[in-house]
Design a protein around this ligand. Structure first.
Ligand code: PNS
Length: 175
């Protein structure tokens, strides 16, 4: 039985994430979506909110071998504690590569028994990021087909983008 973890901030989950999750769920016996906090980012949603959104989105696409959890230490320690041998990451354009390469090599150094596997993003989501989605909603746009409806509703609720002035909206991370 091969268990994989898919770590990330998921602030919030996008259709790009869900595409990777859906494809990875076919390959591994169990897939754990591990929500973590990136120390370099100030999240818009709390960990609990991000988990809830992921769970709702995953339930909608009926993936039975996927569960959502959170972690606070190193991702390799979380993988070990859950008997996961693989870390799955989605890879978008070239811009992702350097960061992900560095992270994968660091993780290999820390835990040689764990493999990082990259899955290429689907073409239609190759430009997509959680930050971009937040920015669209912040400025009053609708990220149609980029996030599940449950996420879109949560974004509007959180940002009050329907009717609030920019200065009344929460800070969104530029990264
Ligand atoms: O979606 P993100 O923002 O790229 O996710 C980053 C996250 C939370 C997965 C990453 O920052 C993380 O795993 N942090 C925990 C510390 C860790 O294990 N870092 C990697 C090796 S130093």
């Amino acid at each position: 039985m091969t268990i994989a973890i898919c770590p990330g901030s998921f602030d919030p989950v996008t259709n790009g994430h869900l595409d990777i999750i859906q494809r990875a769920a076919v390959i591994f016996d169990e897939l754990i979506i591990a929500v973590g906090n990136n120390p370099g980012k100030k999240p818009l949603f709390t960990v609990e909110e991000r988990i809830e959104l992921l769970e709702k989105a995953i339930a909608e696409i009926q993936l039975t071998n996927v569960r959502v959890d959170h972690f606070s230490g190193l991702q390799v320690e979380y993988a070990r504690a859950n008997q996961a041998r693989v870390i799955v990451k989605g890879l978008r354009a070239l811009s992702d590569f350097e960061y992900e390469f560095q992270m994968a090599l660091t993780n290999k150094k820390l835990a040689p028994e764990i493999e990082t596997m990259f899955m290429m993003t689907a073409t239609e989501y190759s430009f997509l990021s959680s930050s971009l989605v937040k920015e669209i909603v912040y400025f009053g746009g609708e990220p149609v087909d980029l996030v599940p409806t449950v996420v879109l509703d949560a974004l509007h609720k959180k940002m009050g983008s329907r009717g609030k002035k920019d200065e009344e909206k929460p800070f969104i991370n530029p990264s």
